[in-house]
Design a protein around this ligand. Structure first.
Ligand code: GLN
Length: 588
């Protein structure tokens, strides 16, 4: 709970008595941090996070310190309880925050770890206000949407500005202008711009240009209405980014310019792009980076020498996109097979590894609810390797186990992630150790051979929400194992976790005696975190989510290993050394 002094820091007593109520963190210097505020109109799903992260990357390249924040309209305290099928994957930060998948986009684009300060929901804002109200912090006032709720939003942004020491805070408002649930965020941004003064805030409106097939031409009306809605809320956009399937015509841009008071040079076309990693170049080509610098009066803060170096590194990466000489197909077994967003980080991690290895990675989604030991070979005949990703619940687990059995017995490259790690342990216990009844108590609570059981620390916790073993943890690797070598012979590595169940330590000896190697564990605790099969060219799984920390210029070694293994084909286990050499070349 915030104490009264913190709440009131920087606010004079008189202002508490008056209508001016805008708590400002102690030591906050107006003008030091600028704000780029990205809002959506017409419809959601325009890629505000992608746009905002690409623009932030261009600023970071110029030597500016950037800090993104996503403001979500929903009342959940975090994204942990959201169904990925409805809302995309739950991204987990190093500090354990379960947040929106856009935070993953920011981390990847900026190659920077973020924290809970970079994510907020309406639920968090209201909770904080209600806590303060019960604490008696509002000094007898009625607590109102304006100024208290909007004040809390501004306080959050300014706190981020202070703590990150950022030159620019990138604020992404979730949803679309006109949504009731986001209205107070938009009002807070209007107030922020007024309080911070001229050249402090740059408003970017993302909009959508329709191109109905029956007409065969682009229409700007929906975009005009969307922008009008923003202007009715007191926000004059400085830049309008027009998302569309094709390049937006000059005529349509002119129309939007006329109706919105935005010079045509700042009404830009953002057509669909094959890879999001090509968007920073699109933004540079239309001069958006310098427009923002000029609007915010911070041209004098940039370091052009640094920019040249960073941009060259980035172009080395993007130049390889689409020029891959090899191709592999990786099967991903998953419950949410129809929604790519549910597995966004895995798809990205495969893309990073593929680009680094000059190999196009095609993905085949595998619905395991129909897979059995008998038909696994048929279902997996077109894939060069498989990933069994994280998940919850019973559906499709037997099919996953059948796929893992096939991969183990046929030298097929395999990467198991979280639930995939647990399924690999069950498969090995059943089919190699002869523990026919082996299972996880998540799947079969009354199971008599619970090789996977709930963590002791989790048994005490009731209810769902923010209570799993969450966030970045160190992992101790065993010398001379695949895990040790993949991570550059490092005995301590770090990955991010999100689970309730683990290998029951009573079974470790039995499993290891039969040939399963636990090559990574939690320091000082018997929690198994990585497993591998020394007799197999590439069979590795982890209780963590390695996909969350893969970055374009730093692909995650377990994924690079998988793609490299899939490229070489694995008829025998002698390929392991070659795979490791390839990983070393890419990951250093
Ligand atoms: N359901 C499993 C657990 O809670 C795995 C979780 C996951 O894959 N993220 O441990």
């Amino acid at each position: 709970m915030t104490d009264k002094n913190e709440l009131l820091a920087g606010v004079s007593e008189a202002s508490v008595e008056s209508e001016f109520f805008s708590p400002i963190p102690a030591g906050y210097k107006k003008g030091k941090t600028k704000y780029v505020i990205v809002m959506g109109t017409v419809m959601s799903g325009l890629g505000k996070g992608i746009f905002s992260s690409c623009l932030a990357k261009l600023m970071q390249d110029k030597g500016l310190k950037v800090a993104p924040i996503k403001l979500e309209g929903y009342l959940n305290i975090d994204s942990g309880t959201l169904n990925p099928f409805r809302h995309g994957e739950v991204f987990v930060l190093d500090d354990g925050m379960e947040c929106d998948m856009d935070l993953g986009t920011y981390e990847r684009m900026l190659d920077q770890n973020l924290s809970r300060e970079n994510f907020s929901t309406s639920g968090q804002i209201y909770r904080s206000i209600l806590d303060k109200e019960r604490h008696g912090d509002y000094l007898g006032r009625d607590v109102q949407m304006i100024p208290h709720v909007t004040g809390e939003v501004k306080f959050k942004l300014r706190t981020l500005a202070m703590k990150s020491n950022a030159d620019i805070v990138f604020v992404e408002i979730g949803g679309t202008a006109g949504d009731l649930e986001n209205a107070f965020y938009i009002e807070a941004m209007r107030e922020l711009a007024y309080e911070e003064g001229a050249h402090s805030c740059c408003f970017v409106a993302l909009t959508y240009i329709l191109e109905p097939r029956t007409l065969g031409e682009q229409k700007s009306k929906a975009a005009q209405l969307g922008i009008k809605q923003l202007m009715q809320s007191g926000i004059q956009p400085d830049i309008i980014a027009c998302r569309a399937a094709n390049t937006v015509s000059e005529k349509v841009r002119q129309k939007i310019s006329v109706y919105s008071n935005v010079p045509i040079g700042r009404v830009v076309s953002l057509a669909d792009s094959a890879s999001i990693y090509q968007i920073p170049a699109m933004l540079r080509d239309c001069g958006m980076d310098f427009e923002v610098l000029r609007l915010l009066h911070i041209e004098d803060r940039i370091d052009l020498r640094k920019e040249r170096i960073e941009w060259a590194k980035w172009c080395d990466f993007t130049d390889k996109i689409g020029k891959e000489k090899h191709e592999v197909t990786i099967g991903i077994t998953g419950k949410y097979t129809s929604v790519r967003d549910s597995y966004a980080s895995i798809i990205n991690a495969l893309e990073h590894s593929g680009i680094a290895l000059g190999c196009k990675v095609k993905i085949e989604w595998i619905d395991t609810s129909v897979i059995t030991d008998k038909n696994a070979a048929e279902h997996l005949k077109d894939v060069d390797g498989i990933i069994v990703p994280g998940g919850f619940g019973v559906r499709g687990t037997e099919g996953k186990i059948a796929c893992i059995k096939y991969a183990r017995a046929n030298n097929m490259p395999f990467l198991g992630i979280c639930l995939g790690f647990q399924m690999a342990v069950i498969e090995f216990a059943r089919n190699v150790c002869g523990l026919k009844k082996a299972n996880s108590t998540e799947i079969e609570p009354a199971c008599t051979e619970p090789v996977i059981d709930i963590l002791p620390e989790q048994k005490k916790i009731e209810g769902l929400g923010g209570n799993m073993r969450l966030g970045g943890r160190d992992i101790e690797t065993k010398p001379d194992t695949m895990a040790f070598k993949l991570f550059g012979n490092s005995s301590t590595i770090r990955m991010r976790f999100r689970h309730r169940y683990e290998v029951d330590p009573r079974y470790i000896e039995t499993l290891e005696k039969a040939g399963l190697l636990f090559s990574g564990k939690a320091p000082n605790q018997p929690i198994m975190q990585i497993l591998e099969l020394p007799a197999h060219p590439y069979f590795i799984a982890t209780q963590a989510h390695p996909c969350l920390t893969s970055r374009p210029l730093h692909p995650q070694p377990m994924f690079v290993g998988l793609v490299a293994a899939a490229m070489t084909g694995t008829k025998d286990n002698k390929n392991a050394a070659g795979i490791l050499r390839t990983v070393e070349k890419v990951c250093g």
